[in-house]
Each structure stands twice: as C-alpha cells, then as structure tokens.
Design a protein around this ligand. Structure first.
Ligand code: HAX
Length: 430
C-alpha cells in the first residue's frame, strides 16, 4: 500500500499548505456567528468544522473533492475511498494494488461470530454491525503502536492500517449478519477475484440474482460513502476519534448514530412506509388518496421518511441517481412506482404543511433506495441501514485519518446553561 500512503501524504501536505495560508490571512477572522436559535436548535447552519473529504451544497448536493454526485456515481467504491482520502481517483495499477491488499485482510475472527450468534435472535442488524466491529477492537494497530509510543505526525499511518482492516472485513461482516439474522444458511467465504461490492453480493448469497443487483450494490456503496462532517454519524465518529479512541471505537460510534430513524434508519422506514401504502392503496394509488394518506401520517405526529434534510434544499442528487437506475432496471416494480408517485405528491404537501415549517420538502437518498433493494429480493428491510453503514464507514475512516494527519485537536465545544444565556442577553441589552 506504499502508493496509497504516498498519495495520502501528498494530500495532507497540500491540505496543510492551504491551512497555513488560511491562518496567515486571518486565524481570527469570523466565518459564522452563533444565534440563540442555533444554540438551542441542533447547531443547524453553524460553520464550526473543517472536513476535506466531501462537501454538501444546499442546491447541488454532494461533492467529493471537485466531483459532483453525477460525475462520481459510475465509479467503484474502492475508487471512491481513494478519492475521499487522497483527493484523486487511483489509476488502474493503484486500484488493483488496493483491491489486492484488501483481499489479504478479509479474515473475521471466530470470536466475532460467537459474539454475534450469542445475541437475542431479534437483535437489530445495526446493533450486530456496530458490535461486530467493536468486538475486534483488540486488533487495533493504532492502539498497540500508541501504547508503545509514537509521534503525533505518525498517528494517521496506523489508523490507515485499522481502516484497511475494517474496510476489508466489512462486506463479510455485513453479509454474515444478514445470513445469521435472517436464517439464510451458512456463511459464504469471500472470493478474492471479486471487487469489494461484488464480494458483498456474493457473500450475501445473491450470486444467482439478476446481474443488475451487483451494479445496484456498487451504486449503493458509492452513493452513501460520505456526506461532509456535520451529520450525526460522521460527527460522532470524529468526536470519538478526536479523543484518540481508535477507529474500531469511532466507526462503531458513528454507526450507532446512523442507526437513528432521523438519519440512516430512514431507509428502512421508507420501505416500510411504501409497503404500508401498497397494502392500503395498491400499486397505483390516485393522487388524492395518496395525499390523504400522507396527511394522515403527518397529522398523527409522524415524519414522512425520506423527505427533508438539514442541509439540502433541493432533490438529493443521490435520489436522482437511484431514480435513474430504477427507471432503467425496474420501472414496473410496484414499490418503485409508489416511491416515484410519492415524489410527485409529498413535496407539495410538505411545502405548505404547518405554514411551511419544513425547510426542505424534497426527497433525500433514503426515499428510494429500499424500493430498489426490494425489487431484487432483498426484502428484509431491517438490513438496509447495514448496507448504508458499510458504505459510510469509508467516510468515517477517511475523515478521521485526514484529521489525524493534520494534527487536529480533541473536539470540545462549549455548552452553556439557560442562566448563562439569560445573563449574557441582559448584558448585551444594557
Ligand atoms: N416529515 C414531517 N415533518 C418534517 C419532515 C418530514 N419529512 N422534515 C422536517 N419536518 C419537520 C421537523 O420535524 C420540524 O418540526 P418541529 O419544528 O415540529 O420539530 C420542522 O419540520 C423543521 O425541521 P427542518 O428544519 O425542516 O429539518 P431538520 O433539519 O430539523 O431535520 C431531518 C432534518 C432530515 C431530520 C427531517 O427533515 C426529517 O425528520 N426527515 C424525515 C426522516 C428522514 O428522511 N431522515 C433522513 C435524512 C437523510 C439522512 O440523514 N440519511 O441518512
């Protein structure tokens, strides 16, 4: 992995030069002011973090480096990981070297399977994924080297070892969870001749599925890879890693955040929602019936899963990429048709709902992904967030390694009490 290390090192040098330049022109310059609304409102819109793996523009969506979602969505996940962490796509030989290296690290210890098999039968697959990674924490190269004593400038190199070990094991771990949790038979060993996503398909037991399922898996693992630094899972992972908890701890922590219904779990909620609509209204509901159904859900106090976003203010381009895939491969599927129909109805309802309080009425990635998986026979929607997680770990690892390489300190914002705020406002008023 000498080449990948060299590319990361070059990228870090470049990023450090940029930071030096930024600091020279004004370390004390103000980029964001904090309102009371933000202090009490989940810090929404507050600029207080640097993340150089990806950027989410409210109106054009996810960029990795300079590439728009449309421009990178035909790549392999391995190429995307290299892009996240080096700022460049690998050439053919670098990609081959990276894939060969991952294939030497796929072994998952028996104790991990023992832990997973000992859990209650109805454990959520995200619990199993998080725990599966945490169970291997003792294997951390970073932890062992840190205990021996290493220079701060070297941290990232050992975290990279951990990242490669975790990423290499992830498809096997996720597929094993699928097979254990849903009684799908024995574990299937990896095939060293397959790429990362191809191996996931193979180990899930979908070798005989439509070939387009492997393409969907590649697209799925690409589109979910990263979404800048402030979302719940990435931020959690960064905070935990900033205490120098190794990547096994910080990846597991990020996955625990991803498991929430307002974040990654929304994809399983969406499919559940679509299936409920199918049950109540059939595959081709009338607009007025669908509108009535959506309003009933809203009025019962629930959110419409897959719609809205803390940053985006347009249809998520990752939604569009999945929509295009569906149009080409499964346009007649009932779930896909309902997901499409919801897209024509929900934004209008959310725009005017409760005086327009929903900041973004448009769909996010989760509104559509499940209907595609369902089409190919992956019908256990409890499992969908695991697939999201497999992909998002690339982002967690890349963000944490770059932060370590840039010597970023422990994250510790200041919190205040109501009393403090009241005193502060009173002082300001005088
Ligand atoms: N349905 C109903 N109400 C919604 C809504 C939706 N889809 N989206 C936002 N709202 C409501 C909020 O609950 C909030 O209501 P209250 O003031 O009563 O609390 C109000 O509109 C304002 O919220 P916002 O500013 O528009 O949105 P936030 O930044 O606070 O939250 C969420 C963003 C994604 C959490 C939100 O839009 C939501 O809950 N969406 C549904 C769940 C979902 O799809 N989550 C996945 C998001 C993408 C992701 O992270 N994937 O992993």
């Amino acid at each position: 992995m000498a080449k990948l290390k060299e590319e990361i090192n070059n990228h870090l040098l470049q990023l450090q030069l940029e930071i030096d330049e930024i600091f020279v022109s004004g370390r004390d310059a103000v980029v964001s002011e904090v309102t009371i609304g933000q202090v009490y409102g989940g810090m929404r819109g507050l600029v207080a973090l640097a993340c150089n793996t990806s950027y989410v523009d409210p109106y054009s969506g996810l960029y990795i480096n300079k590439y728009t979602t449309e421009e990178f969505s035909d790549k392999l996940p391995e190429e995307i990981f290299a892009l996240l962490i080096t700022g460049k796509f690998p050439d053919k030989s670098e990609l081959a070297e990276f894939q060969a290296d991952l294939n030497t690290r796929t072994h998952i210890p028996q104790y991990t399977w023992d832990v997973l098999r000992s859990l209650p039968k109805n454990s959520h697959p995200m619990t199993m994924l998080s725990l599966g990674i945490l169970s291997m924490e003792g294997e951390s190269v970073f932890k062992k080297e840190y205990q021996k004593g290493i220079q701060k400038s070297e941290y990232w190199k050992y975290s990279l070892e951990d990242a490669l070990n975790i990423l290499a094991k992830l498809p096997g771990l996720a597929a094993g969870i699928y097979r254990i949790r849903f009684g799908n038979g024995d574990l299937i060993p990896p095939n060293p001749n397959l790429d990362w996503a191809g191996n996931l398909t193979h180990m899930l037991g979908f070798d005989n599925a439509d070939k387009a399922f492997s393409d969907l898996m590649r697209l799925y693992l690409v589109l979910h890879c990263d979404h800048e630094g402030g979302n719940v899972s990435a931020f959690t992972s960064r905070v935990v890693n900033s205490a120098l908890s190794n990547l096994y701890y910080s990846v597991s922590a990020g996955l625990n955040g991803l498991a929430g219904p307002l974040h990654g779990l929304a994809n399983q909620e969406c499919l559940k929602f679509i299936l409920q609509i199918y049950e109540h209204l059939g595959a081709n509901p009338e607009d007025k019936d669908l509108e009535k159904y959506v309003l009933e859900v809203l009025n019962s106090g629930k959110v419409i899963p897959g719609y809205g976003h803390a940053v985006l203010r347009v249809t998520d381009p990752r939604f569009t990429a999945f929509m295009n895939f569906g149009e080409h491969n499964c346009a007649d599927n009932n779930c896909f048709k309902i997901a499409k129909k919801l897209y024509s109805v929900v934004p209008g309802i959310l725009s005017s709902y409760k005086g327009g309080k929903v900041a973004n009425p448009w769909p996010n990635v989760d509104a559509i992904s499940g209907s595609l998986l369902y089409h190919y026979g992956l019908s256990q929607f409890d499992f969908y967030t695991v697939l999201f997680g497999v992909s998002r770990v690339m982002g967690f690892c890349a963000q944490n390694i770059l932060a370590q390489g840039l010597g970023q300190p422990i994250i510790r914002p200041k919190s205040v009490t109501n009393k403090w705020v009241m005193e502060k406002l009173l002082i300001k008023d005088k």
